[in-house]
Design a protein around this ligand. Structure first.
Ligand code: UFG
Length: 339
């Protein structure tokens, strides 16, 4: 299939482009590099040993997005593009709602106009909100969130569900990611956040490589195995494979839109991840326990049964794999794609 991958130069998008190539699909990236580097394209070509096509486009531009879809003529769209920093979304809600919703409207309108009927959406476990019982199951309702970023994911799930229901033949998979970390085993691509990392793994990796002095642990007094927060970390290469499985499943799916958790089903604490990374990089890493971060839940993890049974997909890689691969990427590229 020819697959338009919006946000394909980003962390999860770039790994998915490789997974699509490996599966014999024909990915075409649409990205404006708002939060990614064009250098990822050379790296992708180096790994894949073949050219990778990319169109630089702002997806909130309705006419440009229509022209992109008309030009690429994709069989399917995987829609990653969007802003994703929780804290920034609280400070700039309008920017988040405008960008994430407008780009989705433009993509869906262009798909409708040009008869593209397969859609895979980059959603998040954040749509379960603060009250869902563990493990998180796809049947849980209502979807909600605790910040504007999370609300854009919940809203877009609803929009896609309504568009799919109204369009005979339209099939959509809504993929709810847990905590993607790790990097491609080549060490040539990986996560490269701009500014101070908001998330645990890139912060640890930057401490290990000497860019940050020490990790701040956001609370050690939760009711968890060691008092620190537990999350369901998933290797980005497993996550990328989940997109290919979802794409291949759309033809046989009876619902017009369906949600799938992409997680491992296992919780790992902050200290467990830190210690696994210490094993991977061969040194002790400094940390300091501080107060809880506002809005954090003690524990989140997936029930991954639906993805296993219906997509035939499950996460294979361990926490140690995730740390070894992140360290290979970060140590070879201390400043990410910035050189
Ligand atoms: N943490 C620290 N120190 C840090 C960063 C994080 O101790 O410097 C802790 C957090 O308190 C939490 C755990 O590490 O217990 C994981 O935090 P992340 O920020 O890496 O991940 P979150 O689960 O908070 O956030 C993720 C995604 C968001 C999404 C959210 C809810 O990054 O996009 O899950 O699904 F909204």
């Amino acid at each position: 299939m020819r697959v338009l991958v919006t946000g394909g130069a980003g962390f999860i998008g770039s790994h998915t482009v490789l997974a699509l190539l490996e599966a014999g699909h024909e990915p075409v990236i649409g990205d404006n590099f708002a939060n990614s580097s064009p250098k990822v394209l050379e790296r992708l070509e180096q790994i894949a040993g073949q050219p990778v096509t990319c169109h630089e486009v702002d997806l909130t531009d309705v006419a440009a997005t229509d022209a992109l879809v008309a030009d690429v003529k994709p069989d399917a769209v995987i829609h990653f593009a969007g802003y994703k920093a929780v804290g920034e979304s609280v400070e700039k809600p309008l920017m988040y709602y405008t960008n994430n919703l407008d780009s989705t409207f433009a993509v869906l309108a262009a798909m409708t106009e040009h008869g593209v009927e397969k859609f895979v959406f980059s959603s998040s476990a954040t749509v379960y909100g603060p009250d869902a019982p563990l493990p998180y199951h796809e049947e849980y309702e209502p979807l909600r969130a605790t910040n504007p970023y999370g609300w854009t994911k919940a809203m877009i799930e609803q929009i896609v569900t309504d568009v799919a229901a109204a369009s005979p033949g339209f099939k959509a998979a809504l993929l709810r990611y847990f905590n993607p970390i790790g990097a491609h085993e080549s060490g040539l691509i990986g996560e490269d956040p701009s500014g101070t990392p908001n998330n645990l793994m890139p912060y640890i990796a930057q401490v290990a490589v000497g860019r940050r002095e020490k990790l701040g642990v956001f609370g050690d007094d939760y009711d968890t195995k060691d008092g620190t927060g537990e999350r369901d970390y998933i290797h980005v290469v497993d996550l990328a494979a989940g997109h290919v499985a979802a794409l291949d499943h759309l033809d046989t799916m009876s619902e017009s839109a369906r949600a799938f958790n992409l997680g491992t089903g296992q919780g790992t604490s902050v200290f467990e991840l830190l210690h696994a990374f210490e094993r991977a990089c061969g040194k002790e890493l400094p940390y300091e326990v501080g107060p809880r971060r506002a809005g954090d839940l003690p524990v989140t993890y997936a029930d991954p049964t639906r993805a296993r049974e219906e997509l035939g997909w499950k996460a294979e890689k361990t926490i140690d794999d995730m740390c070894v691969d992140t360290w290979r990427w970060q140590s070879a590229n201390p400043n990410g794609f910035g050189g």
